[in-house]
Design a protein around this ligand. Sequence first.
Ligand code: SOE
Length: 387
Amino acid sequence: MKELRVGMVGYGFMGRTHSNAYKRLTDFFPVQHKPVLKAVCARDAEKAKAFAENWGYERIETNWKKLVEADDIDLIDIGSPNNTHKAIALAAAANGKMIVCEKPLAMSVKEAEEMVKAVEKAKVPNMVWFNYRRVPSIALAKQLVDEGRIGKAFHYRATYLQDWTISEDLPQGGPGLWRLDSKVAGSGVTGDLLAHSIDTAMWLNGAITRVVAKTATFIKQRTHVVSGKTESVKIDDACMFLAEFANGSMGTFESTRYARGRKNFNTFELNGADGSVYFDLEEPEYLQYFEYKNPGTGKKIDSHVTGWRKIHTTNSEHPYMNRYWVPGTCIGYEHTFLNALADFVMGIESGNPTQPDFRNALQTQRVCDAVLESARKGSWVKTGVKL
Ligand code: SOE
């Protein structure tokens, strides 16, 4: 067993999901690398210390520059806010470190392009944590598409709804609420939530070529946690867009943080000539499938027995599930990060790198930027996606 010595930047929600994955990797997956939690880095030493003690990191750093230069680190995990991703990734690549980065990859296409260039020049393994690809039901949807069960695609429909920013009293900025501060987050729901929907959509249904979007900022001013002053809110609170895919199908995407009652409502449906799939993250252990025609026999299903099939994706034949429990028992949100890490490590070991890497995540960034540009201009914008 070789060591995979981890240097984590950030101690928030994502720092926790990733740390959990490092700790459990060798318990569940037959990999030849054992993660060692070497150091966690945060500007606030007290917070870093508490995180290190809780998760078992050997030491702390308060300056990421020292972390990326450290000889005892193999992999840099960028789990810090979006406006830090580029500088850390460039320095980590220059120091020959493997890099795994939280989504969205960057603040803009320009930044993402620099990051792709840096990792490709340094030839360092890299991945972006688009964890929803690793939900077994979503990975099964991909398998059904690849098996030809959907046939010619007509429609893709995605929603990603939350409700945690409705209160006018909620401030913006600081360690807990940086997602509301455009200088730190880059955008609102487009980069934070729709980036997930776009990544899944292009994985299942190919390149998005053109978009037209409308965004809204419902609460125009909020107190800033750092300055203590009332400041304008510059992020998109909600975003809807129409999309054209290279395969000729049409897409609709909707995201908001103002859908009262919706906490992390992430759904999609793909309709094709031969079948459809539907997924809802509130019932993650199910994939719904409507079979119209069986690609194996080439025959249409008798219409008196057609209907939506709710597949409980807990059999050992389902993606990732042979690593866990017995059929009928579920896994959780945290396992999507564990599955992603396993794919990354097995990709390094087999020489067949996993996706999405930085280059692939750059394509999602292109769509996000095109969506925001379209919302500003009020017209269709080409994405320039190259898959
Ligand atoms: C925002 O609330 C958030 O935590 C996103 O940043 C994550 O990517 C998403 O998976 C859950 O919601």
